[in-house]
Ligand binder design. Sequence first.
Ligand code: ZN
Length: 203
Amino acid sequence: MKILCIGRNYADHISELNNERPAEPVIFLKPDTAILKDNHPFYHPDFSNDIHHEVEIVLKINKVGKNIDEKFAHKYYDEIGIGIDFTARDIQSKLKEKGLPWEKAKAFNDSAPISGFLPKSHFDDLQHLNFHLEINGNIVQKGNTEMMLWNFDEIIAEISKYFTLKTGDLIFTGTPAGVGKVAIGDRLTAFIEGKEMISFEVK
Ligand code: ZN
């Protein structure tokens, strides 16, 4: 399986990093070795002094598809979860400066902790889904999917122009404002509509 991620999908996060508002979605990948599950602790790597949390709604793909039309995109995922797109911001800044690929900053081991998944039918309205991240009990990021520049179906249509989606693939759909550094000893807990989905420690 593979993990596809959308960058710069929330306007408030674009402005906090002084990034340009993209004309089309920014897409990048993480390998399956980035997955961290079952509330396992995240071991802080020593190659970075600035690992940032980015809380994101995650879609789980349920069948093979490519060149998916936006109006059929909803048929390609029926479960939703939440994850953290860990980013070595110090490394990413250097790579961005030189126009180099982001993999070392984005796709390293355990850089994609994910929750369990719930059926879409569990939620009233995917276009207005509240989610948030707490660190040590304090809310640090809060988002609503209505703030996305590209919604879930538009993301699937765009990604599938370039990458065939396969059963079990995951899509990280972008992060709202409030990204910041994590420290050893922190506990990260993420919620969808107030329901705790994932909770793990940074070690
Ligand atoms: Zn992200």
